[in-house]
Write a protein that binds this ligand. Structure first.
Ligand code: ADP
Length: 489
């Protein structure tokens, strides 16, 4: 459940503002249908007459060409006129002008309502004169002619000189039936539009159901996951994108489950680690208070040691959380890392003298690096402490400084039992312990390597470990050399 009222309000607002996929799909389909129909309507209805007229005029020109070729042969001419007249449903008249008067050679009148067959001889003369004035070619649209039976016609008159003779060709074609056709088409379009829009709505609902079904299932699963049910399995929906989303969510769920386990383990470990020294402090304090003669320096030392361990643990936890959250950023300065390691070694001298440990340091020259001195010191201490804790019976630990190009490579090598290959990736995790036996009470806080990792990553430095079971370990890190420093005697 979402307990944050602000989030609930935002989610509520989002639901109200954003329309569902079915409406979006329907909107897109409806726009597409309307656009398609508008384009078809423009071509089929608005431009129909223009296209039709153009095709009729093309037919005039075709017929004219063939008739002109046949004017020398009367039989051929009759045939051409007859065929074009029937084929294209047009009236044709062919005149020859000689000695100022026009003789009709051929005429065809398949449609008795033709203008050129019904107009008076004055009308014909007018058409002829208009053609002569327009360079021999004249087109006229005629409508509501008193003599003609048709509502409207297109008349084409062509005047040609062939072999010294003048010919007049007259064509006439009907344009009328289109008004009725256009009206029918317009009605049909409104029906088609309504049917397609309803179809689009049904189709959008159907398709969105297919798309949304897996989404709805997954969002139900996600809600269960948010409530802490990490075993939830997300199922795809038989199409690629849904399957990919389900895979991604399943991966997220398994990572959340892992994180949850880690967190539980972390809390268990922290409480265990805090409780151990606290129990010791409480126990020893009670002994000193209740049992006469137990108030000795040895018992008090145990209390002091345990308090120190507790302080170390709390400090380590704070360090780690600061490094991980990025609040503790490295303050870079130039310092002599070789000299720093030598100083650290001096601090270990007492321990080595007392318990028989040998810590050696191999190096050629002093090198300076640009890094956070305190943080790098922490890295070196952690690695040497671990090496001392885990080294073998020979109690030997070796620190080696080597230089390659402009990088200094520092390794801390022990002769202990080493780490199994499959465990290596995990040792940098908080509280990871290879042997699972809680031996941290004796050695370290269990946070050492995660602090090392955090510091080196904050510096962008390379680090790692080479180890195999039974052969000791070599923990290493690398830093860029800023300069070769003057050797410190
Ligand atoms: P711890 O306080 O347990 O040493 P660390 O974070 O420093 O915590 O180390 C994590 C784990 O890595 C250790 O518990 C140990 O199992 C393994 N480890 C670290 N350093 C060494 C080493 N030099 N040799 C063998 N195992 C090591």
């Amino acid at each position: 459940m979402n307990n944050n009222p602000n989030q609930q309000i935002t989610a509520g607002k989002r639901n109200r503002r954003v329309s569902g996929i079915s409406w979006r799909l329907f909107g897109a389909l409806a726009v597409f249908i309307v656009l398609t129909l508008v384009i078809i309507w423009i071509f089929q209805v608005v431009l129909l007459n223009i296209f039709y007229e153009k095709s009729k005029i093309d037919e005039f020109y075709d017929a004219e060409g063939e008739i002109i070729e046949s004017v020398g042969d009367i039989e051929k001419l009759r045939k051409a006129v007859f065929l074009h007249s029937i084929d294209s449903d047009m009236c044709i008249r062919v005149f020859k002008i000689s000695n100022g008067s026009a003789d009709e050679l051929v005429g065809s009148n398949p449609n008795s309502g033709c203008v050129i067959h019904n107009v008076s001889s004055d009308g014909l003369s007018l058409l002829y004169e208009n053609a002569v004035d327009s360079n021999g070619r004249y087109i006229q649209k005629v409508s509501n002619m008193p003599d003609a039976k048709r509502a409207s016609s297109t008349v084409y008159v062509s005047v040609r000189e062939i072999g010294g003779d003048k010919y007049v060709l007259m064509f006439d074609s009907d344009l009328a039936p289109f008004n009725a056709t256009v009206e029918t088409l317009e009605q049909q379009f409104s029906w088609i539009m309504s049917v397609l829009i309803i179809g689009a709505l049904v189709w959008a609902l159907f398709v969105s159901r297919i798309i949304c079904a897996p989404m709805k299932k997954m969002s139900r699963s996600a809600r269960r996951l948010a409530k802490g049910d990490y075993g939830e399995h997300f199922e795809g929906g038989g199409y690629k994108e849904a399957d990919e989303l389900a895979d991604a969510l399943n991966f997220a769920a398994s990572e959340l489950a892992k994180n949850d386990n880690l967190q539980r383990e972390l809390i268990a470990n922290i409480s265990h680690d805090l409780r151990t020294p606290l129990t010791m402090i409480k126990g020893y304090s009670e002994v000193i208070r209740d049992i006469p003669g137990e108030n000795n320096s040895e018992n008090v030392q145990v209390i002091i040691d345990e308090s120190e361990r507790l302080t170390d643990l709390v400090n380590d936890m704070l360090d780690l959380s600061k490094i991980r959250s990025g609040t503790r950023k490295p303050e870079l300065e130039d310092f002599n890392i070789t000299e720093t390691i030598r100083t650290v070694m001096q601090r270990y001298e007492k321990l080595t003298e007392k318990d028989g440990y040998t810590v050696s340091f191999d190096f050629d020259v002093d090198v300076c690096v640009k890094a956070d001195t305190t943080m790098i010191l922490q890295v070196i201490y952690n690695l040497i402490n671990n090496a001392l804790n885990y080294t073998g019976d020979d109690k030997k630990v070796k620190i080696v400084q080597s230089i390659k190009d402009n990088v200094v490579h520092i390794s801390v090598i022990d002769t202990g039992e080493g780490i199994e290959e499959e465990q290596i990736p995990y040792i940098w995790d908080r509280y990871y312990k290879v042997d699972k036996v809680h031996k941290r009470a004796a050695v370290g806080t269990g946070l050492g390597l995660s602090i090392v990792k955090g510091i080196l990553e904050a510096h962008g430095a390379a680090y790692g470990v080479e180890s195999s079971k039974g052969e000791g370990s070599s923990f290493w890190f690398e830093l860029e050399i800023s300069s070769f420093c003057a050797e410190n005697e």
